[in-house]
Design a protein around this ligand. Structure first.
Ligand code: C2E
Ligand code: CA
Ligand code: CA
Ligand code: CA
Length: 279
């Protein structure tokens, strides 16, 4: 259920509106979360496996509700998607990340790239590409500074509209990543039809990489296929040295996971970047 909710299409089926009492109450609170400044963005560093330095970061949303305490995005993002709140919240995340990047630039941090998650609902907004371009333009940031993470669900409802939006974003110079790669239903046709730059190998293939020959075969195949298509690969949820070494040996470009760093507040992230060895 969590997996389906995350993809952001399930709740559009009116026959499936089976929200628990907690979900309904959370949804009501979430409506005020932006105005009450209960949302923050944290940044998880990603490591370049070739040089060993910083590859970039992923922006991840956090909700600390006055009423409920910290609520996991795995729980509240699906609620935001079903209520449509993900649109204003997602805009806020984009704006926050762009402002943060501009501030880090002003503070003299190296110009790194931050990946932002876009839900399928957000992606279906007609003016998404213009909105993102306007934000970047206003802050004077180049388009390469933002990477957009999409799941395969973005193409489920209207593949042609999705293709056009991806084309527009890609033409504008933004990098596109497929999140949770391999867990959807359409991975291969997706690669053929859409202008993507990076595949994020899902954590479910990484978790037992040290012991599970099937996961080893799948991870290896994704990396090799990406290479021959000229795409980058990043493996998610890397927690052990053995996982990192396996991926490095196979030619994976980057990793993200607790082994390298946890998601960090903006200021902790800036400290992390400053302590990185210069290449
Ligand atoms: P995701 O995009 O697959 O993000 C990766 C998740 O894995 C994050 O969970 C991250 O904290 C977690 N993680 C990173 N490294 C490790 C590791 O080594 N081990 C384990 N066990 N977990 C690791 P988080 O922050 O709870 O986010 C959950 C999901 O919520 C995200 O999954 C994403 O789908 C969604 N999400 C988060 N922020 C946003 C947002 O701003 N917009 C949208 N649309 N979705 C978001
Ligand atoms: Ca993601
Ligand atoms: Ca992911
Ligand atoms: Ca995942």
């Amino acid at each position: 259920v969590k997996q389906e909710g995350r993809n952001g299409f399930r709740f559009f089926d009116p026959g499936m509106q089976e929200h628990s009492a907690r979900a309904l109450a959370l949804s009501a609170s979430l409506r005020h979360a932006l105005a009450r400044q209960e949302l923050t963005v944290v940044y998880q560093p990603q490591q370049d496996l070739h040089g060993g330095g910083l590859y970039g970061a992923e922006a991840l949303l956090r909700w600390h509700s006055a009423q409920w305490g910290p609520v996991s995005p795995a729980e509240f993002i699906p609620l935001a998607e079903s209520s449509g709140l993900i649109v204003p919240i997602g805009d806020w995340v984009l704006r926050t990340v762009v402002q943060q990047l501009a501030q880090w630039d002003a503070e003299g941090l190296p110009p790194l790239r931050v990946a932002v998650n876009l839900s399928a609902v957000q992606f279906a907004q007609p003016h998404l590409a213009q909105t993102v371009q306007r934000l970047l333009h206003e802050s004077g940031l180049g388009p390469r500074r933002i990477e957009l993470e999409l799941t395969e669900a973005v193409a489920l409802r209207d593949p042609e509209a999705a293709r056009r939006t991806m084309e527009a974003l890609s033409q504008a110079g933004m990098r596109l990543a497929i999140d949770d790669f391999g867990t959807g239903y359409s991975s291969m046709s997706y690669l053929k039809r859409f202008a993507v730059d990076l595949l994020k190998i899902d954590r479910s293939f990484v978790r037992e990489l040290h012991s599970n020959p099937d996961d080893q075969a799948i991870a290896t195949a994704i990396i090799q296929m990406a290479r021959s298509l000229g795409l980058h690969t990043l493996a998610e949820g890397v927690e052990t040295e053995a996982q990192r070494e396996f991926l490095r040996a196979r030619g994976c470009d980057a990793i993200q996971g607790y082994l390298y760093a946890r998601p960090l507040s903006a200021s902790a992230f800036a400290d992390f970047v400053r302590t990185q060895p210069k290449l």
